[in-house]
Design a protein around this ligand. Structure first.
Ligand code: AMP
Length: 572
């Protein structure tokens, strides 16, 4: 039995839920749906994006409206055009077997007349941004005097964006006896004020603690000198070859500058900020959703409403001013049950703020060191070897092989492999041979002593279904270690790294000396990655570092200063 059946939802909704493949209600759905269906009530639900909150209000709303009555019965307010479109599209999927139900999205940056025409055809549910909604009301294109349900989604974001007055004015036009359901990731005082002013004895639901960050996100910080933020960002990207990330900057200027530098240096990056036209922003988001853009550099305002499920990393190029903003940023990853990593690049003087963030989000940060050139090289070489192993061979190449065999005739297997990986290796070498340790001097001693630790390589990764949490559990269970014995877990596409205290090295190696899982040999090796902490400057200088040239695909756009076309070129 599908567990949604126990919540009391109507048959057409259950059928759509089946089609969507939702098997069991998420925590917020389990908590909200039965309450909203039972009796008319106001509700305040504290839940992050990615927890299934759209369905938590969408299913009851669709269940409760009367499709045969041709008036607007439900209004959903959301902070951004992107979120508006996303909610409308989700609701349409939920209402797949309720053909009479009309759902209309209205938002800025698109023709108001066309939206007015859509409304004229009748809308049971309107999904709107507050600004455009007000505009529509002033022009009398819309009537919300008979609505029964008003939903404020991402209320904290709407208030952050300065929509307080708009929301007040809109709510003033709605009937007193309607039900208001407020969804918010955090509970700053402004949200509490709205709840107090416009709601009557709301039922409260809290998923996790108030202002708590998602459990699926690992929080890391990297301490560098201020001037080296950009170099540090590049290293973090290079150390994560399959990265799909949002990089947050504090200002539009920094956002544009960082994105431009990344593009220049051959990364698939783009900027998203308020100075771009709607058309440019749409193009950027399209490229990001299609994963042509691996690093979306964004301001907090522009990134609101980005609901992309597979973001692997959120990188805070600079810490935000408001701590709630940190929760929002990091909530862009670890969505829909997946895991993610939130990485903060900061200077020594900012470390105090990490303590405050830790207290509020109730999570502990892991202090890590920016990988050295050698570490990146090791990661990239394993990545290359796995890419070669997994490459699908196009049979069209066969025609050329005899001639290629002739060219490579004198090389044995080892020589051939050596040269193949050397093609990449040489490029890494040139790039990283002059690279420095980017970690701020004292950070290592203070926070991240890697002396006395062992780093391991293991030949399983994301593609085997592991994320950092699952890999940690897998290792702990098999080796028989405690909760904190495995740390600095870094899961890549087809392999991973992790650390233990040095005294556990033998037991780790012994456990995996002859280990098979589903008939596959699982190898663990001691990684050559060493932290540059604890080494003398001379050691570092003497160390032969490796270099990396550009191997990323270029990204293209016809109509954008934000994405530019970059040819294969060497990293600067
Ligand atoms: P939301 O928090 O509403 O943005 O939802 C995040 C994602 O989870 C969306 O892609 C939903 O389609 C998906 N989702 C919502 N509820 C469920 C569920 N019960 N089971 C599986 N996926 C869900």
């Amino acid at each position: 039995m599908n567990l949604f059946e126990t919540l009391g939802l109507s048959a057409p909704l259950l059928e759509a839920i089946d089609d969507l493949g939702f098997e069991r209600p998420s925590e917020v759905q389990q908590a909200a749906i039965p309450v909203l269906l039972a009796v008319p009530t106001d509700m305040v639900a504290l839940a992050q994006t990615g927890t299934g909150k759209t369905a938590a209000f969408g299913f009851p709303l669709l269940h409760l409206i009367n499709p045969t009555e041709h008036i607007t019965q439900g209004l959903i307010l959301a902070p951004t055009r992107e979120l508006c479109l996303q909610i409308a599209s989700e609701l349409k999927q939920y209402a797949k077997y309720m053909p009479q139900v009309h759902i209309v999205a209205i938002y800025g940056g698109a023709s108001i007349e066309e939206q007015a025409r859509n409304l004229k055809k009748g809308a049971h549910i309107i999904v709107a941004t507050p600004g455009r909604m007000q505009d529509m009301m002033r022009r009398e294109f819309v009537s919300i005097t008979h609505i029964n349900y008003c939903i404020l989604d991402e209320a904290d974001e709407m208030l952050n964006m300065g929509f307080y007055e708009d929301i007040r004015a809109i709510l003033a036009e709605t009937p007193r006896e309607k039900n208001t359901w407020l969804f918010s990731a955090t509970m700053p005082t402004e949200v509490a004020k709205i709840a107090k002013e416009f709601m009557h004895h709301p039922k409260e639901i809290t998923i996790g603690h108030k202002n708590q960050a998602s459990d699926n996100v690992l929080h890391e910080c990297y301490i560098v000198n201020g001037r080296q933020r950009y170099e540090a960002l590049k290293r973090l990207a290079d150390a994560n070859p399959s990265i799909f990330s949002v990089v947050f900057c504090r200002t539009k200027r920094d956002t544009q500058a960082v994105a431009e530098k990344l593009i220049e240096d051959g990364y698939n990056a783009a900027a998203l900020h308020g100075d771009l036209s709607q058309n440019q922003r749409d193009l950027v988001m399209k490229g990001f959703r299609a994963k042509q853009i691996q690093m979306l550099v964004a301001t907090d305002v522009a990134a609101r409403g980005i609901d992309v499920d597979d973001i692997t990393h959120v990188i805070h190029y600079q810490l935000p001013d408001e701590i709630e903003t940190y929760t929002h940023r990091s909530g862009r990853t670890g969505r829909a049950g997946k895991s993610g990593v939130s990485m903060v690049i900061l200077t020594k003087s900012e470390t105090k703020r990490i303590k405050t963030i830790e207290r509020i989000i109730q999570k502990t940060f892991e202090y890590k060191t920016i990988p050295s050139g050698m570490e990146i090289c090791e990661i990239q070489l394993y990545h290359l070897a796995n890419t070669i192993k997994d490459t699908q061979v196009n049979p069209a190449v066969n025609e050329y092989l005899p001639a290629i065999y002739d060219v490579l005739n004198n090389l044995n297997r080892e020589e051939l492999i050596q040269r193949m990986v050397a093609v990449e290796f040489n490029r890494f070498y040139n790039y990283y041979s002059k690279s420095k340790d980017l970690n701020a001097e004292s950070s290592g001693e203070k926070f991240s002593s890697t002396e006395g630790e062992t780093r391991y390589f293991i030949n399983i990764g994301e593609r085997d279904g592991y994320d950092w949490r699952l890999l940690k559990d897998f290792l702990r269970e098999n080796i028989g270690l405690g909760k904190n014995d495995i740390f600095k877990v870094d899961v890549k596409d087809t392999f991973s790294f992790f650390n233990t205290e040095a005294e556990m090295t033998q037991i780790v190696l012994d456990t995996f000396s002859n280990f098979k899982m589903d008939n596959r040999a699982i190898h663990i090796e001691i990684s050559q990655q060493k932290s540059s902490k604890g080494k003398s400057k001379k050691d570092r200088k003497d160390k032969k570092l490796l270099h990396k040239g550009d191997k990323r695909r270029a990204s293209r756009s016809k109509d954008s200063s934000a994405i530019s076309f970059s040819k294969r070129k060497r990293r600067k």
